[in-house]
Design a binder for this molecule. Sequence first.
Ligand code: SAH
Length: 446
Amino acid sequence: MNFGMSVLVRSGVGPLCALARAAIPSIWRGKYFSSGNEPAENNLVTPMLRHLMYKIKSTGPITVAEYMKEVLTNPVKGYYVHRDMLGEKGDFITSPEISQIFGELLGIWFISEWMATGKSTAFQLVELGPGRGTLMGDILRVFSQLGSVLKNCDISVHLVEVSQKLSEVQALTLTEEKVPLERNAESPVYMKGVTKSGIPISWYRDLHDVPKGHSFYLAHEFFDVLPVHKFQKTPQGWREVFIDIDPQVSDKLRFVLAPSATPAEIFIQHDETRDHIEVCPDAGVIVEELSWRIALTGGAALVADYGHDGTKTDTFRGFCGHKLHDVLIAPGTADLTADVDFSFLRRTAQGKVASLGPITQHTFLKNMGIDVRLKVLLDKSNEPSMKQQLLQGYDMLMNPKKMGERFNFFALLPHQRLQGGRDQMNACQSKPFASPVAGFSELAWQ
Ligand code: SAH
């Protein structure tokens, strides 16, 4: 399909892309219970470290999940709340910031699913953790370019974002300056406006607050920042990893093991064979919510993140200035992440909706026609530097040693979608026919 020819400049495509957070192998292995040997210098005593030390002194060691939650999303001092950490000048770079093609193909995926499920007269496009709004911008550009296909459909955009700073950046990227934003910090809908292409757009802090209409959901590099609990197998059984103040070194934190069982142990599978695991109850809550919404009102959810299918052990790590950063040093100055356990997402969705994947980003984007799209853009761009940028971006997204294999795509769909609902029956068929889901099968979008 030809959906417009524009080639956009992406500042993210350059030498720094080699340092995208997903492309860096985990080198944290084997450091489960030590934060490393870096000295705790005075300038590393951040306001967040002081806050955490005070908390630990008052109520005792905290779980890794509580640590992640405080460090990343504490409303006053949280890492995500007051800064734009994305891009070359920030701490990490993501696929939509690297290449416009990424968002364009995701836009096609949503249109493809909308068409395959009977072209509803209205839908909500909901994004969790939209960063700078770049991905949504690329998707909405495709929607505009395919305006003739979507012309009778009433679309609205809903962004779930906890960061004050990033919501401002998203508004700048996506909205029409001439229509002022409505703001109400106290309301669940804390900002409202109209996109450049005239679509109503609203901001929420929580998925629960998004209206429960027929929706397509997107979460790119969102699940990996949700707090995880870490457990170590010991001769006494599973023991949770906590964070405590190091008694030997002033102003330093360290990992310790809980002396007895803790409540989050309930998330560990009975037949678990690994000796160290990370569980993410918040991911379970969100997948539950997405699942019942999709089961009730149709639509689909597309999740893309780095992760594994229930096989990895210690993946908790920090990123600062495109470098790996000790997770316990200078908290609040670095991003903290853990790989997404897709097997847990699948188990959570089971029985409510169908799931597809995880499949690698390389396979998904190939199936979505990335090669054709790249060729169109290369043919249309006259400048050698632009061509080089497109090729570098393609390599970063697709190269198995870069983001191609570390990233995975995973989808939640109503059961009828895979069985073939009535709206997927054509006149010559006596039985419903389930058309393939784009991206997850080679017979994808033509
Ligand atoms: N999807 C974007 C940004 C990824 S960074 C991209 O791929 O470029 C993670 C995003 O999730 C940021 O926008 C951050 O502010 C947001 N975020 C982090 N924790 C969140 C939470 N608990 N609820 C909603 N948004 C959250």
